[in-house]
Write a protein that binds this ligand. Structure first.
Ligand code: ZN
Length: 256
């Protein structure tokens, strides 16, 4: 069983009956460390089996430990007091777009803890988004851009992009900043056929609606978190079926 095969809470319950099985899954996937050296003497530590999981320990004699360490040490999971099994449940439920309230109820943890976890997971999405570089290039990019937004657009859209927009006057300068600027006049048509290109803004408008939907149905969000919400949305849209694997890979890259 791979982590990315866990599609629902019942998959998690079936595949991972206890904390040890959860730890084994994370070991196998490289999401927690497979070997740790003692911070005191530098020797390799041994894995000790406990009633509710595992821990690393370095023995200085038969009856005495030199040091011990949590198995989360150096991983994404070091940030939390949740059991590994609870953390896996939160990740799977978040992937399925459950609300904080639903996750809190299903996993039996406070909504505040769920909020912290969703913040951690959105930080992972932000890291993934940063790895993309600029938008556009070979893809078409479209948008409503007031003059004041040109620098913002330049910061995130590749200059070789072909930009699609409607015919608002303030967009007229975009051809100077990007490879090409194609327009559609909504007064007379929804789609402007230019050679082999279908110039329209339907795609970006639909995407805008999908982006705003969770904020409209919920209580909105704090301004400081808005960027990370957009990162999550953007990575989900971009990765589609690979979203979960991508998130897990990014978590793996955080193991130090
Ligand atoms: Zn030691």
């Amino acid at each position: 069983m791979k982590f990315s095969d866990l599609k629902s809470l019942s998959d998690v319950m079936t595949a991972l009956p206890d904390e040890k099985s959860a730890a084994n899954l994370l070991f196998n996937e490289g999401l927690i460390k497979n070997n740790v050296n003692c911070s005191k003497c530098g020797n390799p530590m041994q894995l000790r089996s406990r009633a509710n999981g595992y821990e690393w320990r370095c023995r200085s004699s038969k009856s005495k430990d030199c040091s011990s360490e949590s198995i989360r040490h150096g991983s994404f999971f070091a940030r939390t007091k949740l059991t590994l099994l609870q953390a896996i449940k939160v990740i799977v439920l978040w992937k399925q777009k459950n609300s904080a309230k639903q996750i809190s109820k299903e996993v039996g943890i406070s909504e505040q803890t769920v909020c912290d976890w969703r913040n951690f997971l959105r930080e992972i999405c932000t890291s993934i988004e940063l790895s993309y570089g600029k938008l556009g290039g070979i893809d078409r990019t479209t948008g409503r851009v007031a003059k004041i937004l040109v620098p913002l657009l330049q910061a995130s859209v590749d200059k070789n992009s072909i930009v699609y927009s409607d015919e608002r006057k303030s967009y007229s300068q975009l051809k100077h900043y990007f490879s090409e600027h194609c327009t559609v006049c909504h007064k007379i048509q929804f789609v402007n056929i230019v050679g082999s290109r279908r110039v329209c803004t339907n795609g970006v408008e639909a995407m805008g609606s999908r982006l705003k939907a969770p904020f409209k149905s919920g209580k909105g969000t704090r301004q400081t978190l808005l960027d990370s919400y957009i990162s999550e949305f953007f990575v989900r849209e971009n990765e589609k079926d690979d979203f979960f694997s991508k998130v897990l890979d990014e978590m793996k890259s955080k193991v130090i």
